[in-house]
Design a protein around this ligand. Structure first.
Ligand code: EPU
Length: 419
């Protein structure tokens, strides 16, 4: 899927069958930034072919690297890479490109990026990113649309993050691996993607310990070597497909589930009446028993319920009779999909960070518009439960993170066409 304008979905079909999960977007993006720290070739195996990865690839090329694909393996040759500027064109397209700032400084002594600005799910400032860089000795100047940063020699430090941020934790690690001395990062985010980044960096020769805990210790090294890793399966895509089984009251088998990364999500799925079991490495999802409302769920940093699955969960909750409430604690404006679901007949009232859902009302297919990635995927799910045909617009948002959601749902028995 690429360059889609519309997805048409005929609702009302239960999904059955087996599906495998693409590589993780949020794990691979920081790995791509890490690869820029090695002046040679690295390879990311099983890399998802999604818009955000292509955008990051384009930025790395702009900085002087060479990239190519062999099947789903992405090769990054960063023997050359003297570039020090990422324009607002890219930072506007993909905020997480800010993750390259520390890597540019570590490699080339300076970096300039277009200020990412607000985003459709919330303001998403980068103050924690800049804070951790300053703590490592970086001189930062914020001028209009740009942030300019430079440093002659990064210096390890003890840093306490004001709040848990996935991106800022990754920024801290990526910058500290080549700094002089020891860096102690406290109050770190604990998301699995951080653990995967550290595994990758260790393969490159970095000295890191403690990831997965709030305190991560990085001992700076002189240089990093070749990186090679199998990109892990995407836990959010897996969660989205579990919601697809749940909303259609179907039964699916996930061939390569993420290992122990979906705990909080599966707990809520269980509260809805959903069943699951592990069998010879597969995760078997039986959504035929889904039917109970969930009085209260709040999104939280890992290991809590992931914000990225908040909209998909909301879609499922609109189909179970009774009252449910979701509280979105990570991003202040992540309910855009609710407005569209209401057009399909869902009963949802949003008050600030809370969404009150009264489920079980009939849903009718209509034209709806995706305005962000996960909300867009949630609209596909909602359409699967509608009577009649829905048309999803704004597919480019969905393509940022889902490599072949339409093909996968079709293989499970869903009726979808695209143009
Ligand atoms: N925050 C700040 N200042 C900062 C950084 C973050 O105030 O400098 C705030 C954010 O505004 C937000 C909270 O801290 O309210 C948490 O943001 P975090 O930094 O953890 O998020 P992120 O690193 O920008 C990653 C994922 C998101 C995912 C969040 C939360 C990537 C590329 N993105 O974003 O993924 O929702 O963590 O788990 O890893 C998605 O895939 O759809 C997506 C949005």
């Amino acid at each position: 899927m690429n360059g889609l304008k519309h997805i048409y979905i005929e609702g009302g079909k239960q999904l059955f069958g087996t599906v495998s999960i693409q590589g993780s977007k949020n794990a691979v993006l920081p790995m791509m930034a890490a690869s820029f720290l090695h002046k040679g070739i690295s390879v990311l195996k099983g890399c998802p072919k999604i818009a955000d990865v292509f955008c990051m690839e384009e930025i790395l090329r702009e900085l002087g690297a060479k990239t190519w694909w062999e099947g789903h393996d992405l090769y990054l040759d960063c023997s050359t890479g003297e570039g020090t500027e990422i324009s607002t064109v890219y930072t506007g397209k993909m905020r997480s490109s800010v993750i390259l700032l520390g890597a540019m400084i570590a490699r080339n002594g300076k970096g300039k990026i277009g200020y990412p600005g607000g985003c459709v799910i919330g303001q998403r400032p980068i103050d924690f990113h800049l804070y951790v860089l300053r703590c490592l000795g970086v001189d930062i100047r914020e001028e209009g649309e740009f942030v300019e940063a430079s440093c002659e020699k990064l210096q390890g430090s003890e840093i306490f993050f004001p709040a848990r941020s996935v991106g800022a934790t990754e920024q801290g690690i990526l910058t500290a691996v080549l700094a002089k001395g020891i860096t102690v990062l406290k109050n770190c985010a604990r998301e699995p993607e951080i653990i995967w980044l550290c595994r990758y960096l260790r393969k490159m020769g970095a000295k890191i310990s403690g990831e997965g805990n709030p305190c991560i210790v990085v001992e700076g090294v002189e240089s990093l070597g070749r990186g090679e890793i199998q990109v892990p399966p995407d836990r959010i895509v897996a969660g989205t497909y579990i919601c697809a089984a749940a909303i259609t009251r179907g039964r699916i088998e996930i061939e390569n589930p993420p290992e122990n990364e979906l705990g909080a999500f599966l707990e809520v799925y269980g509260k809805m009446g959903g069943q699951y079991k592990q069998n010879s490495g597969k995760l078997i999802i039986d959504g035929r028993t889904v039917g109970k409302s969930v009085p209260f769920t709040e999104t939280e940093v890992y290991p809590g319920f992931p914000t990225d699955l908040q909209s998909p969960l909301m879609a499922v909750l609109t189909t179970v009779p009774g009252k449910s409430c979701i509280r979105e604690k990570i991003f202040e404006d992540r309910y855009k999909a609710a407005v569209q679901m209401k057009r399909m007949g869902a009963h949802i009232t949003v008050k600030g960070r809370d969404a009150f859902i009264e489920g079980g009302f009939p849903l009718r297919g209509c034209t709806v518009k995706a305005e962000e990635l996960r909300g867009g995927a949630a609209l596909i799910l909602e359409a699967l439960a509608c009577e009649g045909i829905s048309c999803i617009e704004g597919c480019s948002f969905i393509e940022r993170g889902y490599e072949h959601i339409c093909e996968d749902l079709k293989a499970l028995g869903g009726i979808l066409t695209e143009d």
